[in-house]
Design a protein around this ligand. Sequence first.
Ligand code: SAM
Length: 269
Amino acid sequence: MAKQKKRKLSKADRADIHALYQDAVQDPENELDTFDRFFKRYRKRKPRSLKEDFCGTALFATAWVKRGKKRWAVGVDLDGPTLNWGREHNVEAAGPNVAQRIQLVEANVLDVQEPPVDLVCALNYSYCVFKTREALIRYFKVAKQSLNKDGIFICDIYGGTEATIEHTDPKRKYKGFSYEWQQAAYDPITHDTLCHINFYFSDGSSMKPAFTYAWRLWTVPEIRECLAEAGFAHSDVWWDDGDEDSWYQLKEKAENQPGWLAYIIAYDD
Ligand SMILES: C[S@@+](CC[C@H](N)C(=O)[O-])C[C@H]1O[C@@H](n2cnc3c(N)ncnc32)[C@H](O)[C@@H]1O
């Protein structure tokens, strides 16, 4: 019998999807600088505890804990294999001193409100999985109940004229691969949007799609109204004007742009 020739594995076959995601999408050190600065501005102290909702591989939670001996974090995600990857490659890789201060919980974010923390965050637009006001308000109520008295909630949001069309951003090059953000569908009535992350490799192979998100594209006023209905006394919009030299600006009005990013911070007196 003729020997079957083994197919050579492509770069896509050999790549680690979570490592690619972290390299292309996340920038935890930069985001930590930003959050530390926000927290100081609002609460005049350093934060200690974090709940990273939708934590995925818990890269951010790990970076948080690494920043201070008294810091601790809880990461919540529905996806067991992703949490396991993060436990091995991020949490345990950081050493026992850090790992013992990070708790990963495999659960729906709607079901986890203990222990109370200084900061709850929902990053990379993950709360957009909640497609009704009822579900979003329920999530914001859980986030609020998870906070210490002077705790704050932070989520990010994107929008602009290019966010409401089928559109693919130019590919971005990273070491060993290229990353692409693709908005495959957008419905102007429901604001349902279907987005993909695609990865491409130099041997012509690809992961297309590597990740898919079926979201509702929420608007800033909707988010603020839902935060208020969930019981937060205040919400602020910190606008990223895209200029590398300037920091986020606290704004109540902004000019429309093809694409914009902002953080929304909710808090009580
Ligand atoms: C866009 S990724 C965000 C990963 C990471 N937090 C980041 O900032 O890049 C969304 C994550 O949310 C998780 N997820 C989706 N719905 C969830 C829910 N209801 N409760 C907990 N996790 C959820 C998914 O398993 C996935 O890991």
